[in-house]
Design a protein. Structure first.
Length: 475
């Protein structure tokens, strides 16, 4: 070959239009390999200047070379999609040719409109669309991911009256909850995904059910639910994922042990521990055992045991980014199936999270009954590039009081539910976020020495943890 030239043979793993273009750019003289007409077309925002649509494969080259800006490239791609019918071409390049860093930068630009993004994503099959969304999440392009999945959603959803949400995932470009309004999650976990999330009211969620008692012993309290927010800008307002109180015993017409509380589910970063609920009161061997994180039910003398608090399943992640990425992958597949109507061959499940129910009190017919254990508080997880402020209440439910019909009728109070967890992941700034995560106090019992004798009063649940961390966000 002539002087100044050589063959270019990238390894098979690097053979793509982008990698070849970048390799060729490294050879001299560069002016011969730079598609000057592509640079001119981008600068003029005129896709008609392209010799062929396939030339758009070299867009990363002209961007990385500093010949054009991210704004110019995004505006150019937007025009190509909406004005020149090149959505299929862009979809193919985005899923198979352009590297994820280039795609992430483009999707994060306000100059690529939601309409254009939606038009492109509609062209992709299930596998390609999943690969793109997973790639954005795994490479920490969280804001670009948000822009992608909100492209099909309504521009705005506003709640101006109290509402029970029947769906577990709510997606819109802007979500607003008006002042004084309470939103109740109709499922154990509510997921809110928006470019801008503005809560001026209250969101409430309920978790695992409490244990069921015989007769009129105290029922176990319901656990607190889960709330997940994924937004670029987030004003959190007030989130309540408190555990609910165990029931007070009101009678003792039958005999039997207390039912167990339903187990919850938690997602944590390694190093954080899900707290344990309080043990129920009662004679040794007959109190309701504390769960993770439901309170145990009160026992009935030396006859019947209080129900155990629910023992939650716990999933741990090595870092805040790993946890946030997993949650986004689950939301990606939910979105593909429920919004695009495309089902990948394998999916990541939604990260449902909620507190455990408390155990029910035991009962001895004609004599005494124990109080129900308090429900464990639930969990809140927020990713916001900018978090303005918020108040999170995740307090364990109090234990219920036992009841007896004679001076020697010994019974236990229910144990308090444990406090919950709050994970706040931010990209740039986190304003004032207040979290109240105390465990619930135990209920009253009765022993040989009278009321609240040690061993017969339910124990207080452990407090929860607030974990606030800055995460890596590439765009």
């Amino acid at each position: 070959m002539g002087a100044g030239y050589s063959t270019v043979t990238p390894p098979p793993s690097q053979v793509s239009a982008t990698s070849i273009a970048q390799t060729v750019w490294s050879y001299s003289p560069r002016v011969l390999t730079v598609p000057q007409y592509l640079q001119s077309a981008v600068q003029a925002n005129n896709p008609a200047e392209l010799q062929t649509p396939a030339d758009m494969a070299n867009l990363p080259l002209v961007l990385y070379s500093g010949l054009v800006s991210e704004t110019q490239v995004a505006a150019f791609i937007n025009s190509a999609i909406l004005s020149y019918g090149m959505a299929t071409t862009v979809a193919g390049l985005m899923s198979n040719v352009w590297d994820i860093n280039f795609t992430g930068k483009v999707l994060n630009s306000p100059y690529l409109t939601s309409t254009a993004v939606a038009t492109v994503l509609a062209q992709l099959n299930a596998v390609s669309a999943q690969s793109l969304l997973y790639g954005l999440a795994q490479n920490y392009y969280y804001n670009a991911w948000i822009n992608a999945v909100t492209s099909f959603g309504p521009a705005s959803i506003t709640f101006s009256t109290n509402t029970v949400i029947s769906t577990n995932v709510l997606i819109a470009q802007n979500i607003t909850i008006a002042s004084g309004v309470t939103i109740t999650c109709g499922t154990t976990t509510c997921f809110f995904v928006a470019q801008s999330f503005n809560n001026y009211g209250t969101v409430v969620a309920y978790g695992g059910a409490g244990g069921v008692p015989l007769s009129s012993a105290g029922a176990g309290g319901t656990g607190g639910g889960g709330i997940v927010v994924v937004a670029i800008t987030a004003a959190l307002g007030t989130f309540n994922v408190n555990g609910y109180p165990g029931g007070n015993a009101s009678g003792y017409s039958a005999s039997g042990t207390g039912g167990a509380g339903v187990a919850g589910i938690f997602y944590i970063v390694t190093g954080v521990t899900v707290p344990v609920g309080g043990t129920g009161g009662g004679n040794a061997g007959y109190y309701g055992h504390a769960g993770v994180n439901g309170g145990g039910g009160g026992g009935s003398d030396g006859n019947y045991s209080g129900g155990p608090g629910g023992n939650a399943t716990v999933y741990a992640f090595s870092s805040p980014n790993a946890m946030a990425t997993y949650i986004l992958q689950g939301l990606s597949d939910w979105w593909l199936i429920n919004v695009l109507g495309k089902t990948p061959p394998s999916i990541t499940p939604l990260a449902y999270m909620y507190g455990s129910g408390g155990g029910a009190g035991a009962v001895t017919g004609g004599y005494q009954a124990g109080g129900g254990g308090g429900g464990g508080a639930g969990e809140v997880v927020v990713y916001g590039y900018d978090i303005v402020s918020g108040t999170i209440n995740a307090i364990g439910g109090t234990g219920g009081a036992g009841l007896g019909g004679c001076s020697s009728c010994y019974y236990g109070g229910g144990g308090g539910g444990a406090g919950g967890l709050a994970f706040i992941f931010y990209g740039a700034a986190a304003g004032s976020v207040t979290a109240t995560l105390a465990g619930g106090i135990g209920g009253t019992g009765y022993g040989a020495s009278g009321y609240n004798e040690p061993g017969y009063q339910g124990l207080t649940g452990a407090s929860g943890t607030a974990y606030i961390a800055k995460v890596t966000v590439n765009g």
